[in-house]
Design a protein. Structure first.
Length: 364
């Protein structure tokens, strides 16, 4: 490894790559003296049109699209950043979790780039990217409470430092983003329906349908959405008008907000039990963090409990490479580099010591 390149700049520049699912993304960020990194470029290419007719992501088609686009997206990100490759300090790429055929594309591209440029390579946990994404625009001190809500994950975690996570609660079945997507599909909303569901719900009566709130009075701050999805399925078989669809969407949105309000209050208490300092930052990240109603509800419960709510910019809620570069920057500073034989890991938790809580019959 070329040590001259490793320490040639006072302000490290990290190139990040993300291909864990159906977004092909490359970003360059640079550290500055203020402690808040600057995004030099952040190019994201989505595949909505490719998967729309199937009603969900088809892994093989997603991987093929990554292969076709990754070189072009990388060139565009580099050009937009105004940075020459000889100024890049390290290459970071998502190693997991995600779809194995998709992860492999970005991971191999990142390794090849690092090798050809004699740069350090850094493998990044996709979830850690979401966890640290608010650091791209805010100064946040450890520890802080994190609610990660996306299409594949729903967890409350105590974030105690880079790579230091303690899970306080998790979904025992569906992720919240998955519940949004499945509900949208049942209501006939075109893929990707989850992000569109909130807009759809604005035309409905949120009190029209009383929906279940699974494990709301047990299981601490663990979550469950499968029973809610089943109730939606049952009701959709009976409704006959478009207005009833709007009402059901609005009732679903309200129910989710109420579940998160109650479970977040419990998470606040769990967090305070294990963290004795005065820091009370509450970070909400992941694709579902872009939902306006959920944001407002979580801001309300935070203010009522003396926690400081922090959300990523809307453009950084979904999958992107800036958050991968952010983790890469933190690891670069800590000199945490990986070998070029690092494999993709489709299942990669943040808290490796957390008990597996998923499936029928799970004990809470």
């Amino acid at each position: 490894m070329n040590k001259k390149k490793l320490f040639m700049t006072k302000k490290p520049i990290i190139l990040g790559i993300e291909t864990s699912c159906d977004e092909t993304a490359v970003s360059l960020i640079q550290d500055d003296e203020s402690g808040v990194p600057k995004i030099l470029s952040n190019i994201v290419s989505s595949q909505f049109d490719i998967h729309k007719e199937f009603g969900g992501v088809v892994p093989e088609l997603a991987a093929r699209s990554h292969v076709e686009k990754i070189d072009l997206i990388a060139k565009k990100a580099i050009e937009e950043s105004g940075v020459s490759l000889d100024k890049v300090s390290a290459v970071a790429a998502t190693v997991g979790p995600g779809l194995i055929v998709c992860l492999t594309v970005g991971l191999n591209f990142g390794k090849a780039m690092a090798s050809s440029l004699s740069l350090p390579f850094i493998g990044v946990n996709h979830l850690e990217g979401h966890a640290l994404s608010p650091k791209l625009h805010s100064k946040i001190e450890y520890p802080y409470l994190l609610l990660l809500i996306s299409g594949g994950h729903s967890q409350y975690l105590s974030v105690n430092g880079l790579g230091k996570y303690k899970r306080l609660g998790t979904t025992i079945d569906d992720a919240l983003g998955e519940a949004f997507d499945k509900t949208a599909k049942l209501l006939g909303i075109e893929f990707p329906g989850g992000p569109k569901l909130e807009k759809f719900s604005e035309n409905g009566d949120p009190n029209k349908f009383e929906l279940p709130k699974p494990i709301i009075n047990k299981g601490g701050c663990n979550l469950s959405f499968a029973g809610l999805k089943t109730a939606i399925l049952r009701i959709t078989k009976k409704i006959k008008t478009e207005q009833e669809k709007f009402d059901l969407a609005a009732s679903f949105q309200r129910t989710i907000e109420e579940i998160l309000y109650i479970k977040t209050k419990i998470a606040f208490e769990e967090f305070k039990k294990i963290n004795s300092n005065d820091n009370s930052s509450f970070v909400v990240a992941g694709g579902v963090a872009a939902n306006k109603g959920i944001r407002e509800k979580l801001i309300k419960v935070s203010n009522e409990n003396n926690f400081n709510p922090i959300f990523p910019d809307l453009k950084l809620c979904g999958d992107n490479a800036a958050m991968i570069a952010m983790v890469g920057l933190e690891k670069f500073k800590a000199k945490q580099f990986d070998s070029l034989d690092l494999p993709a890991s489709p299942r990669l938790p943040l808290d490796e010591n957390a008990k597996f809580l998923k499936g029928a019959g799970v004990k809470l």
